[in-house]
Design a protein around this ligand. Structure first.
Ligand SMILES: [Zn+2]
Length: 262
């Protein structure tokens, strides 16, 4: 049976930052879901290439977006287009404008961009979450992508693992909690990040930049505090969501649906 899914991406959230932060909502989802703190993103470990890889299930070298500059030709049928072709509805909510180009025209039910990821103390992430809840209550969709950008801003401004960065993760956890309590058990949950970071930046192939968390909650075959076996890649997220919805992936995707421990 397919379920509605909320896909949260917390920009620049390192797994060890998540562990250092007080994240009661994510902790609760890990306790009853499946998770890994050693998933890998793709090179270069910067936002647009990594998020395009998540949706396209291909590496930046394969899709061609290797910087934060969008290339229209890169978008082949990815997660959003495949779901739309299967009659499922998708909406995206984000506060970084480059993400307006994750799908081709004609595939989205709704999309909201707020220019607020730099608002102090994560207030923009919270405002985006409130607007997302309002939209999804009015018009539920099969997949909602919710991108929270302030964590990355705090990392660049104050450095990764600094107190303001950890506080930004705590705010993201509260945002996820707001969405879950408003939208409830109608949704399966996926939480991940596009990349990590170190000092005031990211983009290298070091573990600090490449390691991302992945939490999957509500998947019928991945449950009950299960730690996912390595290796898990960000390009596996889209095939896993399709598998969950019982839709076959396109042949050109290179990721695979994540399976639990055996
Ligand atoms: Zn960044």
């Amino acid at each position: 049976m397919s379920k509605r899914i909320l896909l949260f991406l917390v920009d620049g959230m390192r797994p060890d930052g998540m562990q250092q932060a007080e994240t009661p909502i994510i902790d609760g989802l890990m306790a009853t879901g499946a998770w890994t703190l050693t998933a890998r993103t793709v090179m270069p470990s910067i936002t647009l290439p990594c998020i395009v890889s998540l949706f396209q299930s291909r590496t930046p070298q394969q899709h061609g977006v290797t910087s934060n500059t969008f290339i229209a030709d890169a978008i082949k049928p990815g997660l959003i287009e495949v779901l739309a072709a299967a009659g499922r509805t998708v909406a995206t909510f984000h506060n970084w404008e480059q993400l307006r180009d994750l799908s081709r025209p004609g595939a989205l039910r709704a999309s909201l961009y707020l220019n607020n990821c730099h608002d102090p103390d994560g207030a923009g992430d919270t405002a985006l979450t409130v607007a997302t809840i309002e939209s999804l209550r009015r018009d539920p969709v099969d997949l909602a992508f919710i991108y929270l950008g302030y964590t990355d801003v705090a990392g660049h401004d104050h450095s990764w693992m600094s107190a303001p960065y950890v506080a930004a993760i705590e705010n993201a956890d509260r945002c996820i909690g707001l969405a879950l309590s408003a939208l409830g058990s109608d949704y399966g949950i996926v939480i991940t990040a596009d990349h990590g970071g170190h000092d005031h930046s990211h983009g290298t192939d070091t573990d600090e930049d490449m390691r991302v968390p992945l939490v999957i909650h509500g998947h019928p075959r991945l449950t009950q505090g299960q730690m996912l076996p390595d290796p898990v890649s960000i390009i596996d997220v889209a095939p896993t969501i399709l598998d969950w919805m019982e839709i076959a992936p396109p042949d050109h995707w290179v990721g695979r649906a994540i399976e639990g421990a055996r």
